[in-house]
Write a protein that binds this ligand. Sequence first.
Ligand SMILES: [Zn+2]
Length: 193
Amino acid sequence: MLTELLQSANLFHLLHRIDIDLAKEQQLAGCPFCGGPLHYSNYERKPRGGPETLPEEICIRLSLCCGKENCRRRTLPPSTLFMDRHVYFRGVILIILTLQQKFPRKNSKARLMRMFDVSRKTINRWQGFFRDVFPVSAVWHRLRGMISTDVSNDNLPGELIIYFAKHIKTAEKALVSCLEFLARGEAQKMMAR
Ligand SMILES: [Zn+2]
């Protein structure tokens, strides 16, 4: 069921609309460095793991740039579609890891590599991030307080996906809510020009 979700163009349209809202909120807040006005300066990306027929406008990482002469710095608004500079969609990363953690008998690493056309090295890197970096991050610390203590720090992000799936009726809504929860919890990512 989780893997089928990733073939739904509707899911990616929904996430794109949330990303637009997140970027608008960031734009309204102004430049985090100087308070100046923010303008769009998006990146075209070729994210992997989603349906092949996604329109180009969805494969864009929304990004903002300060309009003040002496600043001109970039601000990346939070995103449900993208995770840092990873090539795969954030939802794809979360689902691959969840399948491995929660349903390992059916989802060997070799099977997931074939299904999603992803290398072992890449999956290992994501696993390392969610095992060693994310559980002790400020982002998770902040989010941790907003959800049940039943969600363990081990086996993230699978624990989180299953938590949302238990509390929200459809798998699609659960995944969307989980992605929005993570995106909103993230500290503003800033990049020097
Ligand atoms: Zn600025």
